[in-house]
Design a protein around this ligand. Sequence first.
Ligand SMILES: NC(=O)c1ccc[n+]([C@@H]2O[C@H](COP(=O)([O-])OP(=O)(O)OC[C@H]3O[C@@H](n4cnc5c(N)ncnc54)[C@H](OP(=O)(O)O)[C@@H]3O)[C@@H](O)[C@H]2O)c1
Length: 285
Amino acid sequence: MFNKKILVTGAGSQLSKALEQMVKSYTDFNFDFKTKMHLDITDEKAIKHIFSQNSYDYCINTAAYTQVDRAETESKLAYDINAKAVGNLAKACNENNCTLIHISTDYVFDGKKNIPYTEIDQPNPINIYGKTKKAGEDQVLKFADKYYIIRTSWLYSGQDNDFYSKILDLSQNKNVLEVVNDQIGTPTSVYSLTEFLLSLLQNDPKQYGIYHFSNEGKASWYEFAKKILEFNDIKTKIIPVTSQRFKTPAQRPAFSVLDKSKVKEIFNFVPQNWKEALKLIIKNY
Ligand SMILES: NC(=O)c1ccc[n+]([C@@H]2O[C@H](COP(=O)([O-])OP(=O)(O)OC[C@H]3O[C@@H](n4cnc5c(N)ncnc54)[C@H](OP(=O)(O)O)[C@@H]3O)[C@@H](O)[C@H]2O)c1
């Protein structure tokens, strides 16, 4: 007999795929994974319908417009998915006594600090993606009573087209890799985030609010790439460059390390160091 029924939106996401892999052994949860094809979160009627047909205890929203550079020219679409649709989900959750777990981002911050961002620091996004994700958080705060907004950073899974896979691909095709060294954050394994979400579901403290979750430690993209090569025993040369070398449509925060004190205190959950999490991805997945 299942205790809790959980809707997961955006089931094609790297985060949802990790959840799907890891929940197989959790018999007390009944997960309902919905890809965009089966539940488009911008379709308000479809959201109302699915909530009328099911009694969900939790909704984990992993659906998002995540193309940071493309968002600069597709701002309406990014806003519709990352903000407007989140408002509809929040309303549906509230009307159906369902707790919303919404995933947000370190890119809500402008990166001007040089010590880790806490949940009481003021967001000030510097690109369209960050602005739409901040607007999504505002929708949750406005419409949901029972909610967790989990801000995370630099998510990777070791699969598909994530940073990890791109670095491995490039290392096969180039003699020298150039990677930016002036953006500092924390790489976060989707499996670490999944473990945290599962622990939240198992021991929900019902202390709703905004939480920061990433792996521990900090790195530049260059340092992250260097460890990906080193741990895979790849000898391709890699050199650090500044963001000026690779101009992108969207500006990125120079510093976006998240302070995890609140997660540690309220959930009694200590995130793994990013290098250990990276080794596990290489070993297990
Ligand atoms: N990736 C990162 O570095 C990072 C960092 C910080 C925070 N986050 C946040 O973490 C969450 C998960 O990120 P991720 O990297 O795992 O995502 P992802 O792999 O980019 O996947 C996003 C998913 O959302 C789906 N989607 C888009 N529009 C949708 C809609 N209207 N209805 C339903 N599904 C829709 C996409 O489907 P299609 O592919 O079919 O469009 C895709 O499967 C997101 O909220 C993201 O903002 C990510």
